[in-house]
Design a protein around this ligand. Structure first.
Ligand code: HPA
Ligand code: ZN
Length: 331
């Protein structure tokens, strides 16, 4: 079997996906028209041609702008359902999605409106196609601790439907320790924790995410490579990294895919997974990330199977469900 057929065939879990980052230009225009919101780009092509980023912030500026057309429950439903159709095509059987309440509540959309739309689509896809899911609520790290605490309080009535809290947005200058207290509050309330760290920020931020935020996974984490002691710890603790290859190229974390350190990390024994991050902006969904990384980094069939197995091991599924899926990851 060739590499591409293998990637398409095996079941996979996605662990690093921002639902707002799945907003394809066509759907953005459709919803903007229906909500009578204007966007500064005239056509889908013009919008797409603006997807030339030089760093994380240049992407985030466009990402937050795009999210502004999402107003009604139906908009969040349509956004999420469009992503779940891609999961079905790519044989992603389980997804743990990030959502950013502050992106919406800050502009007057009710937490409930956003949450219900996303959740209803996830529940429908589970019923229709058997795609299982968890929801992870991210705090925007460029905003204050106070705003994060406010968001956590708003989420408490939905606690049973949110498995974990996370941390995203502009990393540089917004270290994990800024959110130590709100993460403690979240853990005390029963949430698991994850955090973006070591995407653009230094290895030090990964140490902080582990020691202060007590995370179960590091999102990105590719800069761990700069610190041998940290690598040793990640390996010893079997700490998963949710790596996003196409994202890292689009945001210039690595110049080109052949420079990516995913294979090197895997060879050192780090529990690496592959994910799509913001697929509408970065050039592809799950399988495209696998295909380009596998091609340019010469991943073996065994590497591909290991990464897919890691995705289940690193998930928040029950031990029985993890085992059930891992048993199905083979040639
Ligand atoms: N990094 C940080 N914040 C984000 C990202 C990312 O890759 N995508 C959406 N928000
Ligand atoms: Zn991300």
């Amino acid at each position: 079997m060739n590499q591409i057929d293998l990637i398409k065939k095996i079941p996979k879990a996605e662990l690093h996906l921002h639902i707002e980052g799945t907003f394809e230009p066509e759907l953005m225009f459709e919803i903007a028209t229906r909500n009578q919101v204007s966007i500064r780009f005239k056509t889908v092509e013009e919008l797409r041609s603006a997807y030339n980023f030089h760093d994380l912030q240049s992407f985030l500026d466009l990402y937050y702008e795009g999210a502004k057309v999402l107003i009604h429950e139906r908009d969040f439903y349509d956004l999420t359902m469009a992503y779940l159709k891609k999961c079905r095509e790519d044989h992603v059987v389980h997804t743990e999605i990030f959502f950013d309440p502050q992106t919406h509540t800050e502009r007057g959309v009710a937490f409930k409106t956003m949450f219900d739309g996303i959740y209803r689509a996830l529940a429908d896809a589970q019923k229709e196609w058997g795609i299982t899911f968890h929801m992870i609520m991210c705090f925007l790290r460029h905003l204050s601790e106070e705003s994060a605490i406010e968001t956590l309080k708003e989420a408490l009535p939905y606690k049973d439907k949110i498995i974990a809290v996370g941390l995203d947005s502009g990393e540089r200058g917004n270290p994990p320790h800024k959110f130590e207290r709100v993460f403690k509050m979240a853990r005390d309330a029963g949430f698991l924790t994850v955090a973006h760290a070591g995407e653009e920020g230094p290895a030090e931020y990964i140490w902080e995410a582990l020691d202060l935020l007590k995370v179960k996974r590091i999102d990105h984490g590719v800069r761990s490579d700069e610190d041998e002691k940290l690598i040793k710890r990640l390996v010893e603790e079997k700490m998963p990294l949710t790596v996003c290859p196409l994202s890292n190229i689009k945001l210039c974390v690595f110049k080109k895919m052949t420079d990516h350190n995913l294979k090197k990390l895997l060879q050192k024994g780090v529990k690496v997974t592959i994910n799509s991050d913001d697929p509408a902006y970065f050039g592809g969904y799950m399988n495209q990330n696998f295909i380009e990384a596998a091609r340019d980094l010469n991943l073996s069939h065994q590497d591909i199977l290991t990464i897919a197995k890691n995705s289940f091991e690193a998930s928040f599924l029950s031990e029985a469900d993890k085992k059930r899926w891992i048993d199905q990851v083979h040639e």
